[in-house]
Design a protein around this ligand. Structure first.
Ligand code: NAD
Ligand code: UDX
Length: 454
């Protein structure tokens, strides 16, 4: 099938590559010429395991192309996926300007019938806004709005495992309208996703609004689990319990399950923070305050400071003259995404208290440097106190403690003797509970995890 993907970011690129992999002819478009230039010169602007190889393979086979040409992109696909960003507005609601602009472009250029797919995470009611924007443009050109139908097909991929998640999804959610055009769109979506349903049916068909809400409900539920566990971890620290034992004890209940019960430095990334906030705003707009979401957000905000609190407790409030190694900058492993990464808050706070930071991340350092340049705008002295190094052991050299923020596999079993020898004082503040407190004690390392009974 001929498919256009509007927006060549994390979701757009993965969707485009994976649909091309299934034999579709895919046209990816973006308004950012730099991104498209990188893609057209054989690079990939983001780090996502397996994506580069998949893009190369499908481009070589002539099934995948990248362009900034909006008119050509509209002409190409019978199915047009909108996969542009929906960042938080000033008040926390989803900013739909990019979605609406993409919709207008479709309405401006389309001649033949199109299925428009909202792939971006968008609040309930957005499909109607997309429809209205396209209809307005079609009307201006005297074309019938019957030419298009808007489908909601939210994306559930996780960064770092995005290709795998897209190729083998837990479920595919498709929300369609009940109009004749809607029924035709449903049939086209069924055909497009047929290869993903080969061994068993994974698609849930529903109405558009339910599909839109399903995406927010999933992310809010996962974020709630994390905040709940972070609250319990902080309690475990106070009462002398081990959150890891508790996690296993409750996760073994099949009604609860093990997923998303890891306590840490709070959730980050481009989805959970903004989606919890946007869902909350949607509820408020409809006269309902979802108090549970306010609590999830407040707990998460506080949790980003938990390592700083532990460091203050150990070294005092004034950290001048202290140097900390920090392992892991990306908001999670296997990505270079620094959006809402807890490392950014932790670094700002430690620097505010006078500390110096030597940080390492296996892939996110170039992206981190961009973010720090922005975070420390107006504070060049602060920026000078953060350095990035290629080798995790070099980061630790002469530091007062090691602070772990992201659980990259490479950090799981370091040479602890070397680590001890390099640190000025053998102390680890572990925001991801990578090590066993007992083993650390035996190694003579002072260890502070999150809720680990220490
Ligand atoms: P992103 O910022 O990485 O990419 C968005 C891209 O859209 C950018 O390259 C931007 O230049 C481009 N763009 C903006 N306006 C455009 C227009 N009018 N025409 C063409 N291109 C345009 O964003 P992302 O992380 O891929 O997220 C996209 C959407 O998917 C968001 O709604 C997000 O919430 C949702 N989502 C993201 C993830 C994730 O893990 N990143 C997972 C599921 C859903
Ligand atoms: C999330 C959803 O999982 C995905 O379905 C949706 O499509 C996009 O948003 P993503 O943000 O890529 O995916 O990563 P995820 O693995 O969900 O982690 C989000 C944040 O939660 C990270 O900061 C991670 O460190 C944190 N987290 C996750 C925890 O603190 N504890 C956990 O148990 C799991």
């Amino acid at each position: 099938m001929k498919v256009t993907i509007i927006g060549s970011g994390y979701v757009g690129l993965v969707t485009g590559a994976c649909l091309a992999e299934q034999g579709n002819n895919v046209f990816c478009v973006d308004v950012d010429p730099k991104k498209i230039a990188i893609l057209n010169s054989g690079g990939v602007p983001i780090y996502e395991p397996g994506l580069k190889e998949m893009i190369e393979r499908n481009r070589a086979a002539g099934r995948l192309q990248f362009s900034t040409d909006i008119a050509a992109s509209v002409a190409h696909g019978d199915i047009q996926f909108i996969a542009v960003g929906t960042p938080p507005d000033e008040d926390g609601s989803a900013d739909l300007q990019y979605v609406v602009a993409a919709a207008r472009n479709i309405g401006l250029h389309m001649i033949t019938p199109k299925v428009i797919v909202d792939k971006s995470t968008v609040p309930v009611g957005t499909a109607d806004k997309v429809s209205a924007a396209i209809t307005e443009e079609l009307n201006k050109r005297g074309l019938s709005p019957e030419l298009c139908s808007v489908v909601s097909n939210p994306e559930f991929l996780k960064e770092g495992a995005a290709v795998e998640d897209f190729m083998r999804p837990d479920r595919i959610v498709i929300g369609t309208q009940t109009t004749p055009a809607g029924m035709r769109a449903k049939e086209q979506m069924r055909k497009l996703y047929a290869p993903f349903n080969r061994h068993h049916e994974r698609t849930y068909y529903m109405d558009v609004r339910s599909a839109e809400l399903t995406k927010y409900a999933a992310n809010a539920m996962l974020a709630t689990r994390i905040s709940f566990m972070n609250e319990l971890a902080n309690l475990a620290d106070l009462v002398g319990a081990d959150i890891e034992a508790v996690r296993q004890g409750i996760g073994s209940d099949s009604r609860i399950g093990y997923g998303f019960l890891y306590s840490g430095t709070g959730y980050g990334g481009s989805c959970f923070p903004k989606d919890v906030s946007a869902l909350s705003k949607t509820a408020i707009e409809h006269g309902r305050d979802l108090k549970i979401l306010d609590a999830v957000e407040a707990v998460n905000e506080a949790q980003k400071y938990i390592l700083v609190e532990k460091i203050e407790k150990r070294f005092g409030k004034d950290l001048s003259g202290k140097k900390f190694a920090l392992w892991g900058l990306a908001f999670k492993p296997n990505t270079d995404d620094m959006r809402e990464a807890p490392s950014r808050v932790i670094i700002q706070e430690l620097i505010k208290r006078g500390a110096q930071i030597v940080a390492h991340d296996p892939v996110a350092m170039p992206e981190a440097q961009h973010c720090f340049d922005a975070d420390f705008k107006g504070n060049p002295e602060g920026l000078k106190k953060v350095s990035l190094v290629d080798d995790p052991m070099a980061a630790v050299d002469g530091c007062d403690a090691l602070v772990i923020v992201t659980e990259w596999k490479a950090f799981r079993s370091p040479d602890f003797d070397l680590l001890k020898a390099k640190l000025k004082t053998p102390i680890i503040f572990d925001g991801r509970n990578l090590y066993e407190p007992q083993a650390m004690q035996e190694l003579g390392i002072e260890y502070q995890g999150i809720g680990r009974h220490n």
